[in-house]
Design a protein around this ligand. Structure first.
Ligand code: BES
Ligand code: MN
Ligand code: ZN
Length: 503
């Protein structure tokens, strides 16, 4: 889909589908939509008027009214997009409702959409409005149908943003650019999550990172198993060793603020391309979606593309320790005592608590070798976070209030919800081992907190955020801008977090 801005004065209804954002509480906008900005022809004008005047007309927040004109000339249909009351307007409402309307337009095989944004400009910054509309459109137009024999490409080719005032043009262009890049980052993350583990293993994930780096302009270095052994990433290697697919350490580097080299933000993503549970094997029902256990890695790769393309003024390093958690004569076992790159010894209680083992070595690497001064790790880490927060919010463990506040601000911009979990010292008792420095499972109680705190043992007092996306990275059904399967959670959130750190 190509996004364009067009001045309404020289525009003559080129798009097949016309969106009109509809506010329940605004007579003015009824008027504006019908008369002022939009040169609508008589047929549409009278149809909309008839509809608005009819007794059972309703177009509340979340509702669409579709007027199909059954004709060849554009527009062929008009979609009133209910966005509720003006006073309740939020970008997320806009995002969700535009997404619904885009799906509707795609369903009717429309090739092009337009929307006049002049009735929105008084409500929010124009660049944010346009960013949200274009981001929503890109996200809504996504389908993972790569492996379907009867796949059909989306018909949507063009999205026109219409404006009346010439001085709006600059903000519109900025908004389009950001929205498209963020939408694409989100769907890249989804696609990587949706690719099955027989197609996408650690080598292929590393290749995908490389490709993303070449396309967007960040540097990528890939370490094979020999290089990983040299780095002494002992915990990571234990998890990886039963798989016939060798592990890869993926390092992505972007220097957006070369003048301040001492500040480096490290993003660490969990990159299990498959998690069978290992010898502590999962039941089939728990295993079917475990191709998604690299959702954190995919989020970091997606975020890196946006950070680079949008030239964030921050130095960022992304690290993924990617492998498969499998079963074989060479598997690591419950009861084993293993080492780690950071030197701490770990008693393995459960081979299904593998993510934290790969993550602690990646965190140690990013601090020791890449000199990260702040660390964020993002991981599909625990089923317990789904019990606690469902699929609505990402669970967070943090050791720094300032850093967490930045994450909350980022979260509000993109509406990827986060919730901070308590991290009292008492919880740390649960992961102490009798025979090693730590154990990799603290049992059922407070499972997401103890998992986070296990990683926290390796952050060396750096400001740190741990994001558990086990619930938010996967959707059981299609909804507004989401599609069944990977949600792309984290890509937009991490981008906005990095932007918050510019200031
Ligand atoms: N990858 C899983 C967590 C997960 C579960 C992600 C469901 C998405 C959906 C993780 O490696 C895992 O198996 N965690 C265990 C930890 C336990 C053994 C301490 C869990 O949550 O059961
Ligand atoms: Mn596991
Ligand atoms: Zn896992």
């Amino acid at each position: 889909m190509i996004f364009q801005s067009k001045n309404i004065k020289s525009y003559n209804n080129e798009a097949q589908t016309k969106f009109i954002t509809y506010f329940e509480d605004s007579q003015l906008d009824k008027g504006l939509a019908l008369d002022k900005g939009l040169p609508l022809d008589k047929e549409i004008h009278s149809k909309i008027k008839f509809m608005l005047d009819s007794e059972d007309f309703d177009c509340k927040n979340g509702q669409l009214q579709i007027i199909n004109l059954f004709r060849n000339e554009s527009p062929r249909n008009v979609i009133l997009v209910g966005v509720g009351k003006k006073e309740d307007f939020t970008l997320d409402r806009l995002r969700k409702n535009i997404a619904k309307a885009v799906k509707e337009a795609a369903k009717s095989k429309s090739k092009s959409i337009d929307i006049n944004i002049e009735n929105l400009v008084s409500l929010m910054n124009l660049d944010e409005i346009v960013r949200t509309i274009s981001e929503a459109a890109v996200m809504a137009d996504y389908k993972f149908d790569q492996y379907k024999s009867d796949k059909k490409a989306s018909t949507l080719e063009e999205f026109n943003i219409l404006y009346a005032q010439e001085d709006h043009l600059e903000n519109i262009s900025k908004g389009i650019n950001e929205g498209v890049i963020l939408g694409q980052a989100n769907i890249l993350t989804r696609t990587l999550v949706n690719e099955p583990a027989n197609i996408l293993g650690p080598i292929e994930l590393a290749e995908a990172a490389k490709k993303a780096g070449v396309e967007s302009g960040f540097q990528v270095e890939i370490f094979d198993e020999v290089a990983i052994k040299k780095l002494n990433m002992l915990a990571f290697l234990e998890v990886a060793k039963a798989s016939v697919k060798p592990p890869r350490l993926i390092v992505m580097r972007y220097q957006g603020n070369p003048g301040s080299k001492e500040e480096i933000v490290g993003l660490v993503g969990k990159g299990l391309t498959y998690d069978s549970g290992g010898l502590s094997i999962k039941p089939t029902t728990g295993m079917v979606t475990m191709k998604s256990d690299m959702g954190g890695a995919a989020a970091v790769i997606g975020a890196m593309t946006a950070i680079t393309k949008l030239k964030a003024k921050v130095n960022v390093i992304g690290v993924v320790a990617s492998c498969e958690n499998m079963i074989g004569g060479n598997s690591y076992r419950p009861g084993d005592i293993i080492g780690s790159m950071g030197g701490k010894t770990i008693e393995v209680i459960n081979t299904d608590a593998e993510g934290r083992l790969t993550l602690v070595d990646a965190v140690n690497y990013i601090i020791e070798k890449e000199h990260a001064t702040k660390v964020v790790d993002i991981a599909t880490l625990t089923g317990a976070v789904i019990s606690a927060l469902g699929t609505t919010a990402t669970g967070v463990v943090a050791n720094n209030d300032f850093f967490f506040t930045r994450l909350e601000q980022a979260s509000k911009i993109c509406d990827e919800k986060v919730w901070r979990l308590p991290a009292f010292d008492e919880y740390k008792e649960l992961i102490k081992s009798d025979v090693a420095d730590l154990k990799n499972s603290g049992g059922r109680n407070a499972g997401s907190i103890t998992a986070g705190l296990f990683i926290g043992e390796f952050v060396k007092d750096k400001p740190w955020l741990h994001l558990d996306i086990a619930g938010t990275s996967w959707a059981e059904k299609n909804s507004d801008y989401e599609s069944k399967g990977g949600t792309g959670a984290g890509a937009r959130l991490l981008y906005h977090l990095i932007k918050q750190l510019e200031k």
